[in-house]
Write a protein that binds this ligand. Structure first.
Ligand code: 13P
Length: 248
């Protein structure tokens, strides 16, 4: 079976005081053992060392991005090898906010995933369609193209989690229905089966992101192809503990 995975994407939020408070809440929360649910929180770069040092050891950390290649003269960027050197095990790549606001293309995201994996990082790779694309009936075409751009650059999927995050559901309070999420997750798994391998399709976790809350997580978690969540807003709140417990 695929181990349930719950990620908390803090995005560009937090002060030192707020970060310490969130960590305290996480450290005190009742959660399933780490062989049942994998928990990964993703603070902004500047808070990674403090969060990693204060956080209970069974919770892991992720960066929200990294540079596409080896570091060097790239002002403002943080390289995959720096994250590995800090002991940060995970990185989120291809988030829709970066695709939309910073112009990251499918190919660029594919290159980033490949380089991060080559440096020993594990990757949460994000895909998802906009409202216009959904309404035009091209959801599967869009997420398949995003996934293909990654598949073309990597061979080993064992350190990759795919996050399906419909753009229209992110930060909007408009969560995908369990049926909508299941439909895309199943199609993505089928795409992996056909285009990568049945083994990769069976073992790769496909998690859902977009307005996940304590109130809607259980129904989503009950879908056979929903292997966890990538949570934004609610990951900054005590209800994140309830979401970690969604599958139990
Ligand atoms: P929200 O949970 O705030 O909708 O954000 C989802 C997301 O983008 C996680 O990466």
């Amino acid at each position: 079976g695929r181990k349930f995975f719950v990620g908390g994407n803090w995005k560009c939020n937090g002060t030192t005081d707020q970060v310490e408070k969130i960590v305290k809440t996480l450290n005190e929360g009742q959660v399933p053992p780490s062989d049942v649910v994998e928990v990964v929180v993703s603070p902004p770069y500047v808070f990674l060392p403090v969060v990693k040092s204060l956080l209970r050891p069974e919770f892991q950390v992720a960066a929200q991005n990294c540079w596409v290649k080896k570091g060097g003269a790239f002002t403002g960027e943080v390289s995959a090898e720096m994250l590995a050197n800090l002991g940060v095990p995970w990185v989120i790549l291809g988030h829709s906010e970066r695709r939309a606001l910073l112009g990251e293309s499918n190919e660029f995201v594919g290159d980033k995933v490949a380089y991060a994996l080559s440096q020993g990082l594990k990757v949460i790779a994000c895909v998802g369609e906009t409202l216009d694309q959904r309404e035009a009936g091209s959801t599967m075409e869009v997420v398949a193209a995003q996934t293909k751009a990654i598949a073309e650059k990597i061979n080993d999927w064992s350190n990759v989690v795919i996050a399906y995050e419909p753009v229209w559901a992110i930060g909007t309070g408009k969560v995908a229905t369990p049926a909508q999420a299941q439909e895309v997750h199943a199609s993505l798994r089928d795409w992996l089966k056909t285009n990568v391998s049945p083994e990769v399709a069976e073992s790769t976790r496909i998690i859902y992101g977009g307005s996940v809350t304590a109130a809607n997580c259980k129904e989503l978690a009950a879908q056979p192809d929903v292997d966890g969540f990538l949570v934004g807003g609610a990951s900054l709140k005590p209800e994140f503990i309830d979401i970690i417990n969604a599958a139990t």
